[in-house]
Unconditional design. Structure first.
Length: 733
């Protein structure tokens, strides 16, 4: 973990923005020297995270290096917080002089601390030489738990003298040459030592059938301890291609490397999936598109990770008072799991002095409102997650201009609107802004939409949508934008630039059809799209001409026009896994929708028709089906339709009779039927329960008749009148 900490600080010192600011204030030369020295120290830490060090000299040296890295990070962050934001302009030379004059104390302090850091680096390097600390992982026998295993290089195996493998060879070759397997696959040969696994693999590798089928074959032996670069070089050598360069720099890039043609989020998801494949992480729940939504790790691994993170001052996880008191001044990340209310309250009071160098604060959601600590005193805070709704108070948030991740349920009062806009607009490094659970009576200031680092913006849609970015915005890194509405200034020739948008939820207001079409034609990377209240022709429903047609996975369209449209095959993206439609359809939409073979969730609202039929072989992967405000005279479910359906919900729907074939839904786990009138008689309800006797959970909730509703209202009025009379009598007394 020490190497990761040092790598993070090295990356910070090499960041273009940081280098520009330091150069502006005339301290770049000294910091550059620290950068070079720290880079060299990385080379001696490259094995520290891969091998468990028990030699006390090495452990102490690694601790000193880690503390040095934390110190450097604190110094740089403190300086960046003290100086104003750098904005180049025509009078930059004059601005530089004024900035230097105004911030001379901060510059002098930075210079003094850099000198102390340089002295500390020299001391650490001298100590490494004095005490004979070589590259970590090398040294006397016994310093490492788990000695490196030498690669066993086996000689080529020929066919002479080998018998008894004929059947096994044929089985493996058949698997390799199976034409029905179109994807790359791995065939594992397992067994105890000495059984001949390598011999079998070599015979398959040299078999005539494999030689005829595969133009390229590579044989690589991998030991228990290996270097990735060595394996890549062996592969390159057998392919007769240029040898790759050293990958050590790439491996050393806390936390996720930037890969070509991939976002950091995509790379992180691939890392997580790899951990799942290695059984290091367990998936609790997946999204409709198959991506991981919630995950967990085994208790033993969790305890080990928490212990190691605590030892390295990387992170603290607290839920009790005594754990809170163990937080140190060097604690960088803190997760509070609210199992002990008093502990959280105590931390709210002690936090500014107990953990002044905190970079990340996560407070879990347990439906209990606690006193919000004064996080504004944590000037180095980069990430804040606090999902509970809390009052926005300027003194609690005002100085957090270093935030990268901000996910808080804020309640902003009218008197604090100006302060809130100034606070949000001052976050010049912001990457993620999540205000889903917030109540904010104003739009975001336009300066937020000028932050180039923005990647994800999720805004509440109740009681109102927020105004979207201005037409002049150039949000090259933005991937998620949810909860906004169009602006009047958006025209066909003046639209905000959103070249990498993936997740988009928008309300279109008083905007021309051409503007909508132009906007959607610019979103070629779109994966998820939700559009609400569209007052444009239904031609927007035909998405074949949009560049994201082959990429879109989730789609929500709530169209307010009452014009009816006939759905057509191919109109909707073929890879949809989640679909929410509110339309007025001409005729039965099921013959079209059931051909979306990847669909796992379907919600349909606002239609009425005589007949609806789910045919055999339709909706092969659908797991959840929801109808809202649907009127159907007759609904037929053929045997073999909806074979994977687990959840069926009908809300405010009018069905003249019980769906024919309801009993064919053999995997159904839950049936919710919430009516707007008493269309289901007791007899019909009994029929439904008989047909669905295999369903564990059935909820049928008929709405009361008009007479019953009037009776209930009169009863409530009488009770209210009695309470008022009672109050008047008490007042007179």
């Amino acid at each position: 973990m020490a190497a990761g900490v040092v790598s993070f600080v090295v990356g910070k010192l090499g960041d273009a923005f940081v280098k520009e600011v330091l150069h502006l204030y005339g301290v770049s030369e000294q910091v550059e020297k620290v950068h070079r020295d720290l880079t060299w120290i990385q080379f001696f830490l490259k094995d520290a995270d891969r091998k468990h060090i028990v030699d006390e000299r090495q452990k102490q040296w690694v601790k000193e290096v880690r503390d040095l890295a934390y110190w450097i990070e604190d110094v740089i962050d403190t300086f960046l917080h003290a100086v104003p934001e750098h904005k180049p302009g025509k009078k930059e030379a004059v601005k530089r002089w004024f900035k230097k004059t105004k911030n001379l104390p901060a510059v002098h302090k930075l210079g003094d601390e850099i000198k102390q850091i340089e002295a500390r680096i020299r001391e650490i390097n001298e100590r490494r030489v004095t005490y004979g600390i070589t590259n970590l992982g090398e040294g006397v026998q016994g310093e490492i738990i788990g000695q490196p295993v030498r690669p066993i290089v086996l000689p080529d195996v020929d066919d002479a003298g080998i018998v008894g493998f004929g059947k096994d060879i044929d089985e493996v070759v058949i698997l390799l040459l199976d034409e029905n397997t179109t994807r790359r696959s791995v065939i594992s040969i397992v067994g105890t030592g000495g059984l001949g696994k390598t011999t079998l693999a070599k015979k398959v590798y040299n078999s005539k059938a494999v030689l005829d089928q595969f133009r390229i074959r590579i044989w690589v032996v991998i030991s228990q301890k290996f270097e990735l670069i060595d394996i890549v070089r062996k592969i390159a050598e057998q392919l007769n291609i240029e040898q790759p360069k050293d990958l050590s720099g790439h491996q050393l890039k806390g936390f996720i490397p930037q890969e070509e043609n991939r976002t950091l989020e995509d790379t992180a998801k691939s890392f997580l999936e790899e951990l799942v494949q290695r059984n290091m992480v367990q998936v609790s729940e997946r999204n409709w598109d198959g991506s991981i939504d919630y995950c967990r790790i085994h208790d033993v691994l969790h305890s080990l990770a928490i212990q190691k993170a605590k030892e390295d001052n990387f992170m603290m996880a607290c839920s009790k008072i005594d754990e809170m008191q163990n937080c140190s001044q060097q604690t960088r990340r803190l997760a509070i799991h609210q199992t002990d209310y008093e502990a959280v309250e105590l931390y709210g009071k002690l936090m500014p002095s107990a953990t002044p160098n905190l970079r990340s604060l996560y407070i879990s959601h347990h439906n209990t409102l606690i006193t919000m600590p004064k996080v504004s005193q944590l000037v180095h805070l980069k990430a804040l997650h606090y999902p509970l709704s809390i009052d926005y108070e300027p003194e609690n948030f005002g100085r957090l201009n270093q935030l990268r991740y901000f996910s808080v349920g804020l309640i902003v009062k009218s008197k604090d609107v100006c302060s809130f806009q100034k606070f949000i607009g001052g976050m010049r490094f912001l990457q993620t802004l999540d205000l889903t659970e917030s109540d904010i009576p104003c739009d975001l200031p336009d300066c937020v939409w000028q932050v180039k680092t923005l990647r994800h913006v999720i805004l509440p849609i109740f009681p109102r949508y927020f105004a979207g970015p201005p037409s002049s915005a150039d949000l090259i890194n933005l991937q998620t934008l949810m909860g906004v509405q169009t602006r009047e200034s958006w025209k066909t020739t003046r639209l905000p630039k959103l070249p990498n948008m993936k997740y988009f939820r928008i309300k279109l207001c008083n905007i021309q059809k051409d503007t909508v079409t132009t906007l959607l034609h610019k979103l070629e990377h779109l994966i998820s799209l939700e559009i609400n209240e569209v007052y444009v022709p239904y031609t927007i429903l035909d998405m074949r001409e949009f560049p994201f047609y082959d990429r879109l996975q989730t789609l929500g369209l709530w169209l307010n026009n009452e014009e009816k449209i006939a759905l057509d095959v191919g109109m909707l993206p073929i890879h949809l896994t989640w679909l929410d439609l509110r339309i007025f359809s001409q005729g039965d939409p099921m013959p079209v929708l059931e051909k979306l073979q990847n669909l796992r969730y379907l919600s349909l609202a606002g239609s009425g028709f005589q007949q609806m039929c789910c045919s055999a072989g339709g909706f092969v992967h659908l797991e959840e089906l929801s109808f809202q405000h649907i009127e159907v005279e007759e609904w037929e479910i053929e045997e073999g339709a909806l074979p994977m359906l687990k959840d069926l919900s009908l809300a405010n729907c009018h069905l003249s009779r019980v769906p024919h074939g309801l009993q064919h839904l053999t995997l159904l786990q839950r049936l919710d039927w919430d009516q707007w009138d008493r269309t289901i008689s007791k007899t019909m309800e009994n029929v439904i329960r008989i047909l669905c006797k295999h369903v564990p959970a059935i909820y049928i909730k008929p709405v009361k008749s008009d007479e019953e509703q009037i009776s209930d209202e009169e009863k409530r009025d009488e009770e209210q009148s009695d309470e008022e009379n009672s109050y008047e009598l008490q007042s007179d007394d």
